[in-house]
Design a protein around this ligand. Sequence first.
Ligand SMILES: O=P(O)(O)OC[C@H]1O[C@H](OP(=O)(O)OP(=O)(O)O)[C@H](O)[C@@H]1O
Ligand code: HPA
Ligand SMILES: [Mg+2]
Length: 179
Amino acid sequence: MHNDIQEVLYSEEQLQEKVRELGELLSKEYGGRNPLVICVLKGAFVFMSDLVKRIEIPLEIDFMAVSSYGASTKSSGVVKIIKDLDTPIEGRNILIVEDIIDSGLTLSYLIDVLERRNAQSIKVVTLFDKPSGRRVEMEADYTGFTLPDKFIVGYGLDYAEKYRNLPYIGVLKPEVYSE
Ligand SMILES: O=P(O)(O)OC[C@H]1O[C@H](OP(=O)(O)OP(=O)(O)O)[C@H](O)[C@@H]1O
Ligand code: HPA
Ligand SMILES: [Mg+2]
C-alpha cells in the first residue's frame, strides 16, 4: 500500500467486479443505439477505459475536460471547460461517464451545456456518489458505489493531481492534507 494511504475503501477486485456489472447493464440498455460515451477528464479516465471494455455493443467515444477542484478537497464552485467534445451530439444517445458526483456542480454545469445541443438522450453513469457533498440537486442514472463523507483518491481520482494511478480507492492520512 502507498505510504500516504490510511485506509483502502475499495480493492482492485471490488472495483473490477462493479465495472463488470455496470458494463453488462449498459450493454443491455444501449444495444442498437450506437451511444456516444463521453469521458469527463481527468478523473474518469481509468473508469472509462475499464468500462468501455465491458460494454459489448457498438459505441463511439469522446472526451471532455473540466476542472473545479484544483489543489483542494473542496470544489471552487467554478467549473471550467478545458477541452470540449470533437463530435456533434445532435440526435445522439449520450452516456456521460463520471468518476464521482460530490457537490454535483460539475455535472449540473456539463449537462446544462450539452442540453443546448439537441441530443436524443443524455444519461450519466458514475462509479461513485457522495450524497453528503451535494450543493445542487443531481442524480446519476447508473451508480456504482455510494460513499461516506470522505475524500477519496485512486483509480483516476486525485488530490492535487497525485494518486490517480493507484489501482484501488483509498483515504489519505490526515497529515498529507496539512503538509
Ligand atoms: O460533483 P463535484 O463536486 O463537481 O465533483 C466531481 C468532479 O470533481 C472531480 O473533478 P476535478 O474538478 O477535480 O478535475 P479532475 O477530474 O481533473 O481531477 C471529479 O473528477 C468530478 O468530475
Ligand atoms: O472525494 C474526491 N476525491 C477526489 N476528487 C474529488 N472530486 C470531488 N470529490 C472528490
Ligand atoms: Mg480532481
